[in-house]
Design a protein around this ligand. Structure first.
Ligand SMILES: *Cc1c(COP(=O)(O)O)cnc(C)c1O
Length: 460
C-alpha cells in the first residue's frame, strides 16, 4: 500500500473516532485480559503489512480507550485537543523533526520561538523570560526548580552544575501542604530530596496560608531558599496569593516557583485573572499545554525570569554540535532536559493561532462557567452538597457520607454518560469534577447532571 493511502486510512480512523467520541460510554468497556488477548498476537518473524498493523491496532485499542478527548470526561484535568492542534501534531509526526536546534530543524526552532512569545503574552509573564517546551507539568516543575537550584546556590558562591550537591549549602524549600505530588518528585530528581520541604499549611480553600508563609520566611535562617507556590489546587482550583508570596520571598532573597499546570491559564481570561495577580513577579513558572490549552499530549511549558540560570541548568555543548547557544535562532535544547525531542512547538503554535488571545480567554471562561453550572445543577439535587467555592474549573461534590459518595461515583462511572473521579479532601470522600475540554457544552453538563439525578434515584 502506498504511504498516501495508509495515511488517508489512518486519518479516516482518527476522524471517525473523534466524531463518535461523545456518543458511547465515557469509561473503558473491556477488561485488561481481553485487551491483552487483542494485543498479544504473537511477535511474528516476518512482520505484517503496514495497513494490517493499523487495522489491528485500531481493533485492539479502541475498546480500551477512555473518552478523555470527548466532551463528558470530567476526571482529573485532561483537556482535549483543538482541531488545529491535533492536526498540527499529526503533521509533527509526519515531518519527524528532531527539535534539537535550528540545524536539525529551523522550522521547529522558530515555531517554538514564536509560540513561546505568544504564551508569555497570554499568561502575562515578563517578555524577557526564557522558556522551554517540555513533556508536561512534571518536567516543567523539574526544570523550573533546576534553574532555582542553580540560582540560589550561585548566590552563595556554589556552582551546582559543576560541583553537584555533595558539600553544598543546604537548600530549603518552602511549599504548601497542598502542593502537587510532582513537586516532591522534582525535588527527588534534583537531589534536593523531598525531605527538603518545609511545609506551610494551607487555608480552608486549599490555597497556601500566606501569613504562615511570611512567618516561615521570617523565622528561617538566611540561606538558599526556594518557595513553591501554586496556581490551581487540584481539588478546589484555589490559587495561592502570588503577589504576597513573591513580595515576602523576595524580601528574603528566595526564589519563587509557580506550579500552575492548569491554574496558570486563569491569567489568560479577564474574568479569572485576579486569581493570579502578581504572577509576573515570580522567578519560574510551570504549566501544561495538554491540560487546559487543549493541545494533544505531551505538552508542557516552563518559563524563567532568569534566562542565565535556566540555560546554565539545562544547556550542554559538545564539539560536534553547531548552531548552539547564542546563534541567530534560539536553541530549544538549551532550555529543556532532552536533546533529541519531538517538535512540540508546532501543536502549541497551531492551538494559539486557531484560538487567538480571545479564544483562549473564552475557553477558560467557558470551562469556569460550565463548572458553575455543574455546581448549581448538582447542588440543587436532594442530598447533594457542593464542598468548595467554585473559583475556577473544579467542583467538589458530596453525596452524603464517604461510603455513599464512593458508591455514587462508582455508579456514575458504570453508567458511562460521563466520568468523574473521587478524591479525599479535608478528610472527606468527594467527587471531583474538572471541566477543561474545548468541546464540552451546556448540553453535556445538563446531560451529565440528569444522569446523576437518575442514578441517585435508583440508589435511594
Ligand atoms: C497535572 C498537574 C501537574 C503535573 O503535570 P503533568 O503534565 O501531568 O506532568 C503538576 N501540578 C499540578 C497542579 C497539576 O494539576
Amino acid at each position: 500500500m502506498k504511504l498516501q493511502e495508509l495515511v488517508s486510512q489512518t486519518a479516516e480512523r482518527i476522524a471517525t473516532y473523534r466524531d463518535k467520541v461523545g456518543d458511547g460510554p465515557v469509561g473503558p468497556t473491556v477488561d485488561p485480559d481481553s485487551l491483552r488477548a487483542a494485543f498479544a498476537l504473537g511477535l511474528s518473524e516476518q512482520g505484517t503489512s503496514s495497513s494490517d498493523v493499523i487495522e489491528r491496532l485500531v481493533a485492539a485499542a479502541e475498546p480500551g480507550l477512555v473518552a478523555t478527548a470527548g466532551p463528558r470526561y470530567f476526571g482529573f484535568v485532561v483537556g482535549g485537543a483543538t482541531p488545529a492542534a491535533m492536526c498540527a501534531d499529526l503533521l509533527t509526526t509526519g515531518w519527524d523533526q528532531p527539535a534539537f536546534n535550528a540545524v536539525t530543524s529551523p522550522a521547529a526552532a522558530v515555531a517554538e520561538e514564536v509560540a513561546g512569545g505568544w504564551l508569555k503574552e497570554i499568561l502575562g509573564l515578563p517578555g524577557s523570560a526564557s522558556f522551554g517546551f517540555v513533556t508536561g507539568g512534571q518536567a516543567a516543575n523539574t526544570v523550573g526548580l533546576a534553574a532555582a537550584r542553580n540560582h540560589v546556590l550561585a548566590r552563595v558562591g556554589w556552582d551546582v552544575e559543576s560541583r553537584g550537591l555533595p558539600g553544598a549549602p543546604a537548600v530549603r524549600v518552602l511549599a504548601s501542604a497542598e502542593r502537587h505530588a510532582t513537586i516532591d518528585r522534582s525535588l527527588r530528581l534534583l537531589g534536593l530530596g523531598a525531605g527538603a520541604v518545609q511545609e506551610v499549611p494551607a487555608g480552608p480553600d486549599g490555597a497556601i496560608d500566606a501569613a504562615m508563609l511570611v512567618r516561615a520566611l521570617d523565622a528561617a535562617p538566611a540561606g538558599p531558599t526556594i518557595v513553591c507556590v501554586q496556581a490551581g489546587n487540584v481539588n478546589t482550583g484555589a490559587c495561592d496569593d502570588l503577589a504576597l508570596a513573591c513580595q515576602a520571598a523576595h524580601e528574603h532573597g528566595a526564589w519563587v516557583h509557580v506550579d500552575g499546570a492548569f491554574g496558570l491559564w486563569a491569567a489568560a481570561s479577564p474574568s479569572t485573572r485576579h486569581l493570579t495577580a502578581g504572577i509576573e513577579q515570580a522567578d519560574s513558572w510551570a504549566t501544561d499545554g495538554h491540560k487546559w490549552l487543549n493541545v494533544p499530549y505531551d505538552s508542557g511549558y516552563v518559563f524563567c525570569a532568569h534566562p542565565g540560570a535556566h540555560a546554565a541548568s539545562m544547556s550542554f555543548t559538545a564539539a560536534y554540535l553547531v548552531g548552539h547557544g547564542s546563534g541567530p535562532v534560539r536553541a530549544p535544547s538549551d532550555f529543556v532536559p532532552e536533546s533529541s525531542r519531538r517538535a512540540r512547538g508546532f501543536a502549541t503554535w497551531a492551538a494559539l493561532a486557531e484560538l487567538g488571545r480571545g479564544g483562549v480567554a473564552l475557553l477558560v471562561e467557558r470551562c469556569c462557567k460550565l463548572a458553575r453550572r455543574f455546581a448549581q445543577g448538582l447542588g440543587a439535587l436532594d442530598g447533594v452538597t457542593i464542598a468548595n467555592q467554585v473559583v475556577l474549573n473544579q467542583v467538589l461534590v458530596s453525596f452524603g457520607d464517604d461510603e455513599r459518595t464512593d458508591g455514587v461515583i462508582a455508579a456514575i462511572q458504570r453508567d458511562g454518560t460521563c466520568w468523574m473521579g473521587g478524591t479525599t479532601w479535608r478528610g472527606r470522600r468527594l467527587m471531583r469534577v474538572s471541566v477543561s475540554n474545548c468541546t464540552t457544552t451546556e448540553a453535556d453538563v445538563d446531560m451529565s447532571i440528569a444522569a446523576i439525578e437518575r442514578i441517585l434515584a435508583t440508589l435511594a
